[in-house]
Design a protein around this ligand. Structure first.
Ligand code: FAD
Length: 467
């Protein structure tokens, strides 16, 4: 259905003329896709200012059977917040719903509107002497609602868990416009099905998350960060086990990075400082978070033992916060360096940690055999078994796009052979929908469809994604 003057008037009556955008020249941030894969063509962009307005807009959409795509910062990498059909769907942006509602420092929780940008969530927590640990490179744009909808991961999952583990309660506008107030801040609630966990990770296919109760933590007093040369992923796994055994829950992040993407950062982003340590095919970036300041380094003796055991070749420990930021900046610049190189395509697989070294060898051999021109860019959160297994094709950037489906077929088949998952954190969206359909069991797909139909019988919430 196209946007009629009557429907437009109904939208404007709710959120005002400036918040019903229908001029494509003004769509910019709502339709720009980070991956350049998806051309989003909404019939309108709606910008409600509160839950009531969301509810009234959704009721109109349900009446007219207009598909609704909830949108936060539009930083997803899967096309999940783009239109799946042109000129017939509305983008519902939460960008005006970014208020702090309340903070409970005794119960260590905070209620925010879903459109609050993740970096602002960090600031609100810090201003109240607390810490919110979810963190990743797009935190300056991604919203907390988007993080819930994708069950975002990031760099501190090892210590604090994924978004799902950081949320106590949510408020949701359902596909018929009713509001479900699940804004409890309870740590325990065994009174039936956990709807909160159903909406988290549902990629906007079941409703619009409008408010969130977040868990807060003590601010770490000290961080110790190291940049380490290792010979192979197998040595990195040995090091991970050593650090886990010695440092326990102090270990916040353990990233494995192939030398190839690091060399692309050096080449394509020459202003970025890359720590100079013994050359090696792989690097580890690890971080411990301490609740109190210590005289002696907790990390130094662990790394000395690792060196004695020939697990590592060299290491630099950050002497200051600035050094630590330098290390992380290299890691976070990889996606941009890959894009600059040409033909960058992403994946975010996860695997049982122990099989990762073998999986890498087997999968790389298969991919290189099929496509000898392929260049890999492998990095990610080894500590939680999650790797960004990406590709570039600098000689001819069109090649990776042309063979994207086939490359994913090979990669994901290997992932399945090793009992892994095709998405550890970015979700399914449009990008991986077909692969998800072919790799999930019939029983799981049937249950997903039944849940979707029960909550959204008209099928208006984010169609063409996930389910
Ligand atoms: C450089 C870069 C690095 C990244 N690194 C990571 C990383 O380390 N870990 C990680 O997990 N992700 C990462 N991402 C992916 C992305 O940032 C996350 O998936 C993030 O959670 C998306 O938030 P958003 O507000 O931008 O959501 P959007 O992109 O706007 O939307 C994503 C999905 O959530 C739905 N949605 C958004 N808001 C709501 C809402 N209020 N209610 C219901 N549904 C909603 C949308 O419909 C869509 O399906 C990265 C992205 C970039 C560009």
């Amino acid at each position: 259905m196209a946007l009629t003057d009557q429907i437009k008037k109904e939208f404007i009556d709710i959120c005002g003329e400036t918040n019903v955008i229908t001029d494509p020249a003004l769509y910019g941030p709502y339709t720009d896709d980070f991956t350049d894969h998806y051309e989003s063509k909404p019939m309108a962009v709606l910008r409600p200012k509160n839950t009531e307005e969301v509810s009234r807009l959704i009721k109109i959409c349900a009446n007219h059977k207009i598909p609704v795509i909830p949108q936060g910062g539009n930083t997803n990498l899967t096309g999940s917040a783009s239109t799946s059909q042109p000129d017939s769907q509305v983008l519902l942006s939460l960008s005006r719903m970014k208020n702090l509602i309340s903070v409970d420092t005794k119960g260590d929780s905070m209620v925010v509107e879903a459109g609050m940008v993740l970096a602002d969530v960090h600031k609100c927590a810090e201003e109240n002497g607390r810490y919110f640990p979810l963190s990743f490179a797009a935190e300056g744009n991604a919203t907390i609602g988007g993080c819930l909808a994708c069950n975002a991961g990031g760099v501190a999952v090892l210590r604090y868990g994924t978004t799902r583990e950081l949320v106590l309660g949510i408020e949701v506008v359902l596909p018929d416009g009713r509001i479900w107030n699940g804004l409890k801040s309870l740590r325990k609630d065994n009174t039936g099905y956990d709807f909160k966990d159903l909406f988290i990770g549902s990629e906007g296919t079941l409703g619009v998350i409008t408010k969130v109760v977040l868990k807060l933590y003590p601010i770490p007093q000290e961080k110790e960060t190291a940049w380490i040369s290792v010979e192979s992923p197998a040595k990195a796994v040995d090091l991970l086990n050593r650090v886990k055994a010695s440092a326990g829950s102090l270990l916040t992040a353990f990233e494995l990075i192939s030398e190839k993407p690091i060399s692309r950062v050096k080449k394509n982003l020459p202003d970025i400082e890359v720590p100079e340590i013994t050359p090696s095919p792989w690097k580890v970036l690890l971080e411990l978070s301490l609740s109190e300041k210590r005289e002696e380094s907790a990390l130094e003796s662990i790394l000395e033992q690792a060196f004695e055991a020939e697990e590592i070749m060299d290491a630099a420990i950050a002497n200051s916060l600035k050094d630590s930021e330098v290390f992380w900046h290299v890691r976070e610049s990889i996606p941009l360096a890959d894009r600059t190189e040409g033909g960058s395509i992403h994946s975010d697989i996860s695997l049982p940690i122990a099989v990762i070294p073998e999986f890498l060898e087997v999968s790389l051999n298969k991919l290189r055999e099929a496509y000898p021109w392929i260049q890999d860019s492998i990095f990610g959160h080894l500590g939680d078994g999650n790797l960004h297994y990406n590709f570039v094709s600098p000689e001819d950037p069109t090649l990776t796009y042309k063979f994207e489906q086939e490359l994913r077929d090979i990669l994901y088949s290997c992932v399945m052979d090793y009992n892994g998952s095709i998405s550890a954190e970015h979700g399914i969206g449009m990008l991986k929908k077909d692969h998800n359909d072919s790799f999930k069991s019939e029983v799981e797909l049937d249950l997903m469809k039944k849940i979707k139909n029960a909550i959204d019988p008209l099928g208006i919430m984010n169609p063409g994604k996930l389910v």
